[in-house]
Each structure stands twice: as structure tokens, then as C-alpha cells.
Design a binder for this molecule. Structure first.
Ligand SMILES: [Zn+2]
Length: 252
């Protein structure tokens, strides 16, 4: 019997309170921006959590990390607003140099216990051929944090300082090799692009038009085609119950 028949897959678009956890400013828009816009349009509260300050995202040796971080913070706020997101939690780690997963996990547990989302969107930590350590670590720390956040004896000193245990009902992994959900983002496609373009420092017009736009459009069309939509974003949606001791979880 299929694991998904034993433990049902929750509906991401029914989420009322969503926390999007991502490594760098721009990752949320590129990978899930259309879905975020759909959720906020449906009245869901969506909050962001950026693990790093984005301060490595620059090819100009004359720039400083402080300047780059300030630019990217402003760009991220605008991009979030474009999608209807007002609440951004910055973990403040240095772009490119996230510490060990345990350290990041504790900070994310604190954000989960504060925001109390019913759904988390993050990247797939088991994505093969993902070379960026910030992406691998943030995604793994996020799923581990979702697992630990309900336990009062996980980080009990934080509980004593006022945190409350919190369990999420679903987690959606963007950029997954094993997606099980396609979201039709046709109606929010333009807003997704507008939000991506808020990250001007990362996507100067000529770079956007020659590299990112054609690739994003082709991939989004390809994903959308699976459900007969013009544009789509896909996710691996699971519950925390799927994510422990099941050999066939990848097939869910
Ligand atoms: Zn990134």
C-alpha cells in the first residue's frame, strides 16, 4: 500500500498561515513566488524567514558585505510586498558561510514557535546536484526544525523564555526531484516576475532577459503543462509523519 494512501498529502493551497524559509533573498520569489502570491490573494498570512543576509551576491570587488546586505534587504522587502508578504524574519547568518545545521535549526525552531504556521515552504534538502552549501543547510535545518518545534524538551531553555511548542500540518519542498504537487500560477505569473525583478542587484535587465527569464519561463511552462496550465510551480508536499522511518517516502 502506498504511504500516501495511509497518510494523506495535505493541500498546500488550503494553508492559512505559511512560513517560507529560504537561504538568500530572491530564492523565495524564484522558486515559489507564484504560489506565495496565490496564497496571500486567498487570504492566507505568509511570512518569510531568510537564513542569510545575501551579502555574497555581488561580483564587484569594490563593494563591501555590509553594503550588499543593505541593498539586498531592501530588495527583499519590496519583493515580499509585491507578493503580499509583510513579515520577514532575518536569521542574519553570513551569505555563503552558514554555520552547522544544528545552529541554524535552533534559530528556525524559534521562528516556527513564534510564527506558528500551519505550512512551511522551503527547498528540498535531498535535492541531488545542489552544490550551494547555504541551500543544502537551510533546507535541512528547516525540515529538522519543523520536526523538533513541537517537542517541549527540544531547546527547553527557549521554552522557559516564552516559546511555545508548535507542530506544522504540512511542509512543501520547492525545487524537488520528486514533486507530487503542481500549482497553477498562471494568474500570478506576472506578479512573480515583478517580485523577482525587485532583486535588481541580482538580475540586471540584460542578465534577466538573456539568462533568467527564458529559463524560468521554459521551466514554468513545462511544469504547468503537467496539469494543463500555462505556468506552474511544483513541490514535494509532505507531513512530518511521512518524513521519518519510511523507506518509500520519496515516492509519496
Ligand atoms: Zn540562494
Amino acid at each position: 500500500m502506498d504511504l500516501k494512501d495511509l497518510i494523506p498529502i495535505p493541500d498546500l493551497l488550503e494553508a492559512k498561515d505559511v512560513l517560507v524559509i529560504f537561504p538568500h533573498p530572491d530564492d523565495a520569489e524564484l522558486t515559489a513566488g507564484g504560489t506565495v502570491a496565490l496564497l496571500t490573494a486567498k487570504g492566507a498570512r505568509v511570512s518569510y524567514c531568510s537564513a542569510t543576509d545575501g551579502s555574497m551576491g555581488c561580483f564587484d570587488p569594490a563593494m563591501t558585505r555590509e553594503k550588499v546586505a543593505a541593498i539586498r534587504r531592501e530588495e527583499q522587502v519590496k519583493a515580499a510586498e509585491t507578493l503580499g508578504v509583510k513579515d520577514i524574519h532575518w536569521l542574519g547568518f553570513t551569505d555563503g558561510f552558514l554555520p552547522d545545521i544544528e545552529t541554524v535549526r535552533r534559530k528556525i525552531v524559534a521562528v516556527i514557535r513564534k510564527v506558528k504556521p500551519d505550512f512551511i515552504i522551503t527547498l528540498d534538502p535531498w535535492l541531488t546536484y545542489e552544490a550551494h552549501p547555504d541551500h543544502r543547510k537551510t533546507a535541512m535545518a528547516a525540515v529538522e526544525a519543523a520536526m523538533y518545534a513541537p517537542f517541549p524538551l527540544a531547546y527547553p531553555e527557549d521554552i522557559r523564555e516564552g516559546q511555545e511548542p508548535h507542530a506544522v500540518s504540512g511542509i512543501a519542498f520547492a525545487v524537488s526531484s520528486h514533486p507530487n504537487t503542481v500549482v497553477d500560477i498562471t494568474e500570478t505569473w506576472e506578479r512573480k516576475i515583478a517580485a523577482c525583478l525587485c532583486h535588481k542587484s541580482q538580475f540586471p535587465e540584460h542578465v534577466w532577459n538573456s539568462v533568467y527569464a527564458p529559463v524560468l519561463m521554459a521551466k514554468s511552462r513545462e511544469i504547468g503543462q503537467r496539469i494543463g496550465a500555462a505556468f506552474g510551480e511544483d513541490f514535494k508536499v509532505m507531513t512530518m509523519s511521512h518524513l521519518h522511518i519510511f523507506a518509500d517516502a520519496w515516492r509519496v
